[in-house]
Design a protein around this ligand. Sequence first.
Ligand code: FAD
Length: 385
Amino acid sequence: MTPESFDVIVAGLGSMGASTCYELSKRGYRVLGLEQQQNTPHEMGAHGGQSRIIRKAYFEHRDYIPLLDKAYEGWHQLEAITGEQVYYPCGLLYYGAAADPIMQGVKQAAHDFKIPLQAVADQKLLSSFVEKEGNEAWLEPAAGYLLPEKAIRLFLIEAAKAAAVLHTGEKIISWKKRGEGIEVLTTKQTYYSKRLVITAGPWAAQLIRELSVPLIVTRQIILWVETDQRQQYQPSHFPCWLIAAEERKGAWYGFPSLDTSICPGPQGLKLALHYPADPTHADIVNRIISEDEIQAIQKAALKYFKPAGNKVLAAKTCLYTNSPDEHFIVDHLPGYAGTVTIACGFSGHGFKFVPVIGRILADLAMDGKTDLPSGFLGLQRFKAS
Ligand SMILES: Cc1cc2nc3c(=O)[nH]c(=O)nc-3n(C[C@H](O)[C@H](O)[C@H](O)COP(=O)(O)OP(=O)(O)OC[C@H]3O[C@@H](n4cnc5c(N)ncnc54)[C@H](O)[C@@H]3O)c2cc1C
């Protein structure tokens, strides 16, 4: 029997896959999106947990900033076409030692790219953070939070409206080159397409066997802590925050108290450490979080954020997929003459880029190249010089 045929198959309908299906179907291609979970969004991968920070004074690498301009545009466009809000600009407060590389990176990025950043002197606001001699506080007013589950849902609804075929509960078992295109075998049937885009998040290494760089999946824990002063921590009064951690690389970060009727999820102040935690495997993650783990995180967070000492209301796991340099991998897969495009290794900071990654993947998959400045995310950087 001849397999059903598409212009392009998108493997994985999480964060990046949803926006990619939207971009491709909007451009008029016949798209098949395949998702292994029964429902998407879901809590098994990288996008669960109610909220994601979006910010532009990027300390990780200055080349991300032009892409962030496009990402912000993309979020505004999604809101305009759907009439729904996914981006909440409540601001982001950066706190840490003036000389800390994160703080230096934020200030440098703001200076070089003219990103508004204001010194914070509001003592009421600062009273939530553990004071330390030599620390400084900066606010990026246009930063804030995104609703990841809602955004994925909206991208998929728009993709379906533009005639994308979306199958959930259908896992890709394998794929191979066939003729000029790609044959994809799933738990239900075999398909053929001219192009394949792999956006499999924490499962990327299983679907991209030829990938020459290791991807390490880590089990991250997020806590929601109670506050007895809910009014003070409303997004209208209190921003997202990010604190350069002293004793190890990484940053503590958190959110204001979100209205759970708009942002479904646990109540309270969400917080976590942005730093790769224990390595795991996407299919065998221990989702049970012990009391000892909760207490250890709570104790560590309390050194920076005072409300962390209040009661823990909820704890969840979520997965990072870390590339060797903690920068994204977005490129053609070598050896397939441009027919296979991959996006993986988002290393715990990819969500804010979702709309622009969708555009880049659609460009690379169908046009073979992109005008968007994403060359620094290519596999070439891992080649020994
Ligand atoms: C705790 C935590 C906090 C974070 N905070 C932030 C933040 O504040 N700001 C920010 O910008 N980013 C943040 N991130 C990172 C961001 O969420 C991720 O970079 C992003 O979600 C990665 O998207 P993805 O599409 O690669 O993975 P996912 O969203 O997990 O999507 C991958 C999809 O592929 C599917 N799939 C895999 N294999 C198959 C298969 N064989 N067949 C069919 N389907 C398959 C999966 O089921 C899944 O739905 C955070 C991540 C975590 C875990």
